[in-house]
Design a protein around this ligand. Structure first.
Ligand code: DQA
Length: 188
C-alpha cells in the first residue's frame, strides 16, 4: 500500500492514516459571479477559469483520495439547499460564498444547521478591500478562512479540511466503545 501521511492539527507530528480511513466526501461550493472567473475583474480575481480551478481541486482530491463534489450557483437559495443536503453523505464543506459572504444570514444559518466542518475561501483579500467586504457572516460558523491567496487558497483549504477531518475520524475511532479493547488486542 502506498504510504500516506498527514500533519496532525497544530502538533507537527506525522503518522500514517490511509489503512484505517473511510473515504472522505467534501462538497465545494462557489457562489455568485464565480462562473465568470478568468474574465471577471482579472486584476482582482486573476485569469484562471472556474473549470481550470475545479480541475486543480479535483487533481488534489485524487491525490488525497478524497471525493469532491463541485458546484457553482448565482442563487442564494440553491447554495442553501446544497449546504442542507450535505448533512447526509458529506464530511465537510469548502465554500466561497462570494458577495453573499457579506450579506447572507441565511447561508450562515444553513452552515450552522448542517454542523459540518466548513472552510471559507476568498480569492482576494477581503480585509484589504472596501469596508463592506470586511464583514463575513460565514467566518463565525467556519473552522477557518483563507483569503487573498488566489486559487491556491482552495487547495490549502482542501488540505486543511482533510487534516481536520482525518484527525477527527481517528479521535472518534479511539473513543468509540470497544476501541481500547480492540487497541489492546491489536485489532481494528
Ligand atoms: C470573493 C470576494 C467577495 O467580496 C466578492 O463579492 C466575490 C469574490 C473572492 O473570492 O475574493 O465575488 O469572494
Amino acid at each position: 500500500m502506498q504510504p500516506c501521511w498527514t500533519l496532525s492539527h497544530g502538533s507537527f507530528l506525522a503518522y500514517p492514516v490511509c489503512e484505517q480511513k473511510d473515504m472522505l466526501r467534501i462538497r465545494v461550493l462557489h457562489g455568485p459571479n464565480l462562473n465568470l472567473l478568468g474574465t471577471r475583474e482579472q486584476s482582482i480575481y486573476g485569469t484562471l477559469s472556474l473549470d481550470a480551478l475545479d480541475s486543480a481541486i479535483t487533481n488534489l482530491a485524487e491525490e488525497l483520495a478524497v471525493e469532491v463534489d463541485l458546484r457553482q450557483s448565482n442563487s442564494e437559495g440553491e447554495l442553501i439547499t446544497w449546504i442542507q443536503e450535505a448533512r447526509t453523505g458529506y464530511d465537510g464543506i469548502i465554500i466561497n460564498p462570494a458577495a453573499y459572504t457579506h450579506t447572507s444570514i441565511a447561508i450562515r444559518d444553513a452552515i450552522a444547521a448542517a454542523g459540518l466542518p466548513t472552510v471559507e475561501v476568498h480569492l482576494s483579500n477581503i480585509h484589504q478591500r472596501e469596508e463592506f467586504r470586511r464583514r463575513s457572516y460565514i467566518a463565525e460558523v467556519s473552522i477557518g478562512q483563507i483569503s487573498g491567496l488566489g486559487p491556491i487558497g482552495y487547495l490549502l483549504a482542501l488540505r486543511g479540511l482533510y487534516d481536520h477531518l482525518t484527525v477527527s475520524q481517528r479521535q472518534k475511532k479511539m473513543t468509540a466503545p470497544g476501541a481500547s479493547r480492540r487497541a489492546a488486542k491489536g485489532t481494528r
